[in-house]
Structure formats: C-alpha cells, structure tokens
Design a protein around this ligand. Structure first.
Ligand SMILES: CC(=O)N[C@H]1[C@@H](OP(=O)(O)OP(=O)(O)OC[C@H]2O[C@@H](n3ccc(=O)[nH]c3=O)[C@H](O)[C@@H]2O)O[C@H](CO)[C@@H](O)[C@@H]1O
Ligand SMILES: C=C(OP(=O)(O)O)C(=O)O
Length: 434
C-alpha cells in the first residue's frame, strides 16, 4: 500500500487546473451501455475509480479506445452478458460503488443485470433502496442470491411510472433515469437528485436521443424512446477538487489561481468558503485565492455560531465537509460542522487532534472546531487515510503543518484525485510518494 511523505510549511503559488468530475465520469461512462453506437467522452479524469470502471467495461467486451490522455471512445455493440456471472466481475464491481449504475442501462437495454453488494467509501450505511425501488417501479424483478451475495435483476420491457423517491439519492437517480429513457411511456421522478453530475448525464442522454425534461430540478419527466444513438460529451471540472484547492490555498497561506473551474456550476461552494472568512475571487471562469495572513469565521446574523452542514443539491455537498473542517482548524473563530448524510465520516478528526487541532466530536454527525488562528501551527504526524475526502483533508493538514507527516493508504486519495502529488509539487508542495 503506497503512502505520502509530506514536508509541511511550504506555500503554493501559480495556477492549477481541476480534473474532470469523478462522480459525473462514473455516471456518463455507465450511460454508454445504453447504445450500440460510439460514444466519445472528453475530460475523463485519470483516477483509480474511473480506470477500474473502464477496465470492467473492457472485460464486458465494450470496445474502448483511448485516443488522447483525457478522451475515451466506447462502443457497447457486442457486450458479453455472461461475463456478469463470473467471479471476476463480482469481485471487480463489488469494490467500486459507481458500478451499481450499470444496472439501469443493462436492464433497460437487455432485460437483465447482475450486481454484487457495491463498494465505495466506508463512511456509514450506504443503502440501495432508492435504486431498487425505482427500477422495480419500472417493472423489473430483483432477486437476492444469499450464497453468492448478489442481486439478479430481470425485466421484459420496462414500463414508465410515477415515483416519489424516498431520498434524493445521486447514483439512485442516475440509475433510474438510465432505465427510464428506454422504458415504454412516461416516467416521472419526483425528489430526484439534481447535482451538476445529473444535469450533465441528462443532457448527454438527450443528445443521444432521450427525452428528459425538468433537468436541474427535482422533478424529472422522461418520455421513453425505442433506442439511443452515439454522441460526444465533455465532463465538467470536478467541483470537489475545486473546493479542495480553495481550502488548501487558504490553509497554507498561498496565492493560487484555480483555472477553468466551471464556476457557474459550483452552486453554494464558493459562498460557503467565504463564510469561513476566505477570500474567493471569481475572475471569469477562474478562481483566485490571495494569500491569507488569517481568516475569520462568520457568525450567523443573530451572532450565533456558524454551522456548515450538508444538504441535497443545491445545498452543500457532503463531499467537502472534511475539507471545511480541516480549514476551520486554522481560522479565527468557531464553527459547527454537521455531516447529516453520512454517519462515519467525521471520525478522522482524532488525527487532526493529534496534530494539535482543537475539535470536539459531539457525536458521529457533528464536530465543533475551535479555530486556533495562525498563532498555533499543526504538528506533522503519522496517519492512515480512512476515506477519500478525509484523505485530502489530512493532506491539506500535513501541507500546512510544522514538520514532516506520513499518510498511509493513499489509494483512498488516488481513487478521486488525479496525480495529486505531482500536480501539487508543480506549484510548490513537497510530497513524496513511497
Ligand atoms: C459515485 C457517486 O456519485 N458518489 C456520490 C453519491 O453517492 P451515493 O449516490 O451513493 O449517495 P446517495 O445520494 O445515495 O446518499 C448518500 C447518503 O446520504 C443520505 N441521504 C441522501 C439523500 C437525502 O436526501 N438524504 C440523505 O440522508 C443517504 O441515506 C446516504 O447515506 O452521492 C453522495 C451524496 O452527495 C456523495 O457523497 C458521493 O460522492
Ligand atoms: C463518497 C465518495 O465517493 P463514493 O461514492 O465513490 O464512495 C466521494 O467521492 O466523496
């Protein structure tokens, strides 16, 4: 298992460009299974999760070409459905949460799919009810094979239906949407998730001939079509990486410009960093973070303690709360970080406490951070990354700390951040990969 050695205290300077969005990539790559024609996707991030999904598609006999570093062409005209029954498929798809989104396209196009309990971060219970109930409403039958720990899904032709999702699940909405585009008749999905990932997926599907309206809202209407064709699609910049760079710049007192951020699609993210006292300057589609000698956390208008909490889009994404938390440790003032969606994502704070941060873990969902300002620096430490976003938060902490830190299990970081050590070293960081 690889690790990073980080020499803390070095400032960053210059420009950095975000990679393509991981979560959008996983959705739009699954969508290529909906057509026998060629689909070209640009701005594909070179990260573990995406590369593993692409390898899985190759194993399913999807024809994959890689004409440029960030461009892939897929053609699913001769899929080997028997491969889904192999141990190899079950092992590979089981370790990758995004792979659950092959169910919708496969059952819509071929009338059957197979999926093991999927992987992803161990950040609390991660149920699939929304996916299953939605696809069942379209007429598919699910059966669970307890011995092999997998679900078999079958349908003749899916039929459009009305559904009110029990929660605005991101991958759940994508999965149901990809099933509904080829179902017979009209489907209505209320309480749909509407992150830019889903807006992008919907516009790609419409380009392929689907008829989806309500894109960007929580009420999607889909008129089913007989078949879909090929297209070319470009993935948006990764908003979680943009947020991670904003936090990193503030915490290391660096002056950096984040290029081509897809600013209009960042929602409430820039404003949420401003509430921690960070200057986020929009320059066209770029973001400039000037050097911060210090930054002071706002209070609410009535003077009460600031809360940074996640919420379904257009609320604040849960994937940035670990970054907000670490950045607050060096701010002036206090903030309550409330991670509502996941129940095991805040336990990494004990590592920050070891580094000298003042944090009270109130319960699995809430942590109060007492910002120490720049009077007290964090100390370098030896730590293990428990999940992708805790991993980047620990990297930010290590980069701002006095002394050297070691982060183990960096596969968790590589899952979602492309060549992060090289890209950060290019703008002044001191990170060595072992
Ligand atoms: C591959 C991918 O795209 N992964 C993202 C996707 O995961 P994923 O699609 O798996 O996450 P879901 O949106 O299904 O739900 C995430 C968690 O939030 C809870 N929940 C969800 C919606 C809601 O209205 N209320 C609620 O409490 C769920 O019970 C679950 O515990 O969305 C998550 C939530 O933005 C992100 O953290 C993941 O990075
Ligand atoms: C939780 C995340 O990813 P996944 O859903 O793939 O585990 C994430 O990207 O923060």
């Amino acid at each position: 298992m690889s690790s990073f050695v980080i020499e803390g205290g070095y400032k960053l300077s210059g420009e950095i460009t975000p990679q393509g969005a991981k979560n959008e990539a996983l959705e739009v790559i699954c969508a290529v299974l909906l057509t026998s024609e060629k689909v070209t996707i640009h701005n594909v991030p070179d990260i573990l999760d995406v590369n593993n999904l692409i390898q899985l598609f190759r194993d399913m006999q999807v024809k994959v070409e890689h004409p440029a570093a960030d461009t892939y062409t897929f053609q699913a005209d001769a899929i080997d459905l028997d491969y889904l029954n192999t141990e190899d498929f079950l092992r590979k798809s089981g370790s990758l949460r995004g792979s659950v989104m092959i169910v919708g396209p496969l059952v819509a196009r071929f009338g059957k799919a197979l999926i093991p309990k999927p992987g992803g971060d161990k950040i609390g219970r991660r149920r699939l009810d929304t996916h299953f109930v939605g696809i069942q409403k379209l007429g598919a039958c699910f059966s669970y094979d307890a011995e092999r720990q997998l679900y078999e899904i079958e349908a003749k032709r899916l039929k459009g239906a009305y559904m009110l999702l029990d929660e605005a699940s991101v991958t759940g909405t994508a999965n149901i949407l990809m099933a509904a585009v080829l179902a017979e008749g009209k489907t209505t999905i209320y309480n749909a998730a509407c992150e830019p990932y889903l807006q992008q997926l919907s516009s790609m599907l419409n380009q392929m001939g689907a008829r989806i309206s309500g894109v960007g809202s929580n009420l999607l209407t889909i008129e089913g079509v007989e078949s879909l064709g090929g297209t070319t699609h470009t993935i948006l910049p990764d908003m979680i990486e943009v947020g991670s760079f904003i936090g990193m710049a503030a915490m290391t007192a660096s002056d950096i410009t984040i290029k081509n951020t897809g600013y209009d699609k960042l929602g409430i993210i820039p404003e949420s960093f401003r509430r921690l006292g960070i200057t986020v300057e929009q320059i066209g589609d770029d973001i400039h973070i000037p050097t911060h000698d210090s930054y002071e956390i706002d209070t609410f208008i009535d003077g009460s303690i600031m809360t940074i909490a996640d919420a379904p889009w257009p609320g604040l994404t849960p994937d940035l709360l670990s970054v907000f938390l670490v950045v607050a440790t060096q701010a002036v003032g206090s903030v309550l970080i409330h991670q509502k969606m996941f129940e095991s994502r805040l336990f990494f704070v004990d590592k920050l406490i070891d580094m000298g941060a003042q944090i009270i873990l109130c319960d699995p969902h809430r942590a109060t951070v007492i910002g120490l300002g720049n009077r007290f620096k964090l100390r370098g430490s030896n730590m293990v990354s428990p999940d992708i976003r805790a991993g980047i938060a620990l990297l930010i902490a290590a980069m701002s700390a006095e002394g050297t830190s070691h982060i183990h299990n960096i596969d968790q970081i590589d899952r979602g951040y492309q060549n992060i050590d090289k890209r950060l070293n290019n703008i002044g960081a001191r990170i060595t990969r072992l």
